[in-house]
Design a protein around this ligand. Structure first.
Ligand code: ZN
Length: 490
């Protein structure tokens, strides 16, 4: 048994308002908390105690990043002023992407994880893409990065079998359909790789979960998507995919399924508590109601939606209907940060450009999306300071920028912080960041290697952009035909 006493902190979550107290962590789980909790533990004769005095700093549940792509972190800053479909082609998924070796994927994941922890996150749901040729080694490298840092990670192996141009309505444009190619992968081969990933990692570490990651409905054949849902259900594996991140997907769903996307998911019985859906922008009012009646989790990605001009997700309507909505940074080549404080702020204030003030998500709503629905997306008891919850905790230095009384602490957390006040981070009670340093890794060496990889990848960009320019006219015509927000989920 390992006991850690975190003493003398202001405890803040959705139930606690900043009162001074302690948190007692036993074997990674919160065993007691509140005023006098540490002394109670010591009085009970627990001899295996490590104790830290937090000096009145704020102690919050770690932020939950419910959607990103670790393979993109190495390409931060890649594109500017490109809509989603065009970005897809250049970034990774439309034929002009960089090929990342397993070591590249390790470094990319590590750099992203470092950024997340430094800005207060303790857990992530990562839809990670490895080259099919080395998918086993690539996915293992990403898992190893999270294991080495100590971050809690649900990692979905992201896959698809259809080519990019089969997933957007290029048939609306003269000659566009000629861009479509036959399926790029065999569904059985793709799913076999996903099953191997689950075989290797299920039950191996309490902090690491392997997930299925069919990239999106338009990118997957119906056969592959249905098989993914069946596998998730029969093997007890969680799943994340992208849902209606572009307006054109409304048309694709009608063409392919004859019903809306959410109706199709309901028919497959895929709207379960083990499934989460990134973006969820272009849902009809009927789809919002249908989605909200289920335990499935939508994940809001405001920064990348804004940067790619993909649209504003109907978060107020989803929340009003009772849907679970978590929040995520999305990948670093479309956001481009992995900073969950930025995502938290945008998740609330973005929706004030439309709808009356009584519909606007508040700071509490934003924190609830991050903590409570984030926990639901992960399927983990995180995001709260309570006996029995995982001790995933972030220490905020209140001397840094925080003058407010307790009544305003949640507002400051949601609107005034970007991570610079994050002093320490614990995951399952273990220190991952201590006084702004990582005890377990050589951060400078990782950063140096990341610079080398990024420089090497950057040399391939002219060729990639040349391939993009070949298809750009068609993409622009499709964009005009569907009225913006074209492209597919990545
Ligand atoms: Zn995404």
């Amino acid at each position: 048994m390992t006991t850690r006493l975190l003493r003398n902190a202001r405890l803040l979550d959705l139930e606690h308002g900043g009162e001074l107290g302690d948190v007692v962590v036993v074997d990674g789980v919160i065993a007691d908390l509140g005023p006098g909790a540490a002394d109670r533990r010591l009085a009970a004769g627990d001899a295996s105690v490590a104790s830290v005095d937090l000096g009145g700093d704020l102690l919050i549940p770690g932020l939950v990043n419910a959607h990103t792509h670790s393979n993109q972190t190495i390409e931060k800053g890649l594109c500017d002023a490109l809509p989603l479909d065009a970005w897809m082609v250049v970034a990774s998924y439309g034929g002009a992407g960089a090929r990342l070796s397993p070591r590249d994927l390790y470094v990319s994941a590590m750099v992203g994880a470092i950024e997340m922890v430094r800005s207060g996150a303790t857990s992530v749901l990562d839809c990670a893409r490895s080259d099919n040729e080395w998918v086993d080694d690539g996915m293992d490298a990403i898992m190893q990065a999270y294991a080495d840092l100590g971050l809690r990670a649900n990692v979905a192996v992201q896959y698809s079998d259809l080519d990019f141009f089969s997933s957007i309505p290029v048939d609306l444009v003269p000659g566009g359909a000629e861009l479509r190619k036959p399926p790029v992968a065999d569904p059985d081969v793709v799913l076999a790789a996903a099953n191997r990933f689950v075989d290797r990692w299920q039950g191996r570490s309490p902090l690491l979960q392997p997930l299925l990651g069919p990239s999106s409905l338009p990118r997957c054949s119906t056969e592959l998507f249905e098989a993914s849902v069946d596998t998730a259900r029969t093997r007890g594996v969680r799943m994340q995919t992208h849902l209606l991140s572009a307006q054109s997907q409304i048309r694709m769903a009608q063409q392919r399924y004859g019903v809306s996307t959410v109706e199709f998911l309901a028919k497959l019985d895929a709207l379960q508590d083990w499934a989460s859906f990134a973006h969820a922008i272009w849902l009809s009012p009927e789809e919002i109601e249908l989605f909200a009646q289920t335990d499935a989790v939508a994940v809001h990605n405001p920064a990348s939606n804004l940067k790619l001009g993909a649209g504003v997700a109907p978060v107020p309507a989803l929340l009003k209907a009772g849907a679970k909505v978590a929040i995520g940074s999305d990948g670093a080549s479309s956001n481009d940060t992995q900073n969950m404080f930025e995502t938290l702020k945008l998740s609330t204030i973005l929706h004030r450009v439309q709808g009356p003030p009584e519909t606007w998500p508040t700071a509490n709503d934003g924190l609830g999306m991050c903590w409570t629905s984030g926990a639901a997306a992960l399927g983990a008891d995180v995001g709260r300071l309570a006996v029995g919850a995982q001790a995933d905790l972030t220490v905020i230095d209140t001397d840094y920028v925080w003058p407010a009384p307790a009544e305003q602490l949640r507002h400051q957390l949601a609107y005034a912080e970007l991570g610079s006040a994050v002093r320490s981070v614990y995951v399952a009670g273990e220190p991952v960041l201590v006084d702004r340093a990582f005890p377990g890794i050589d951060e400078a060496a990782i950063r140096a290697e990341a610079r080398e990889i990024a420089t090497r990848i950057w040399t391939t960009l002219p060729d990639r952009l040349a391939r993009f320019e070949e298809v750009r006219p068609v993409l622009e015509q499709v964009e005009a035909a569907v009225g913006g927000g074209t492209g597919v989920c990545h």
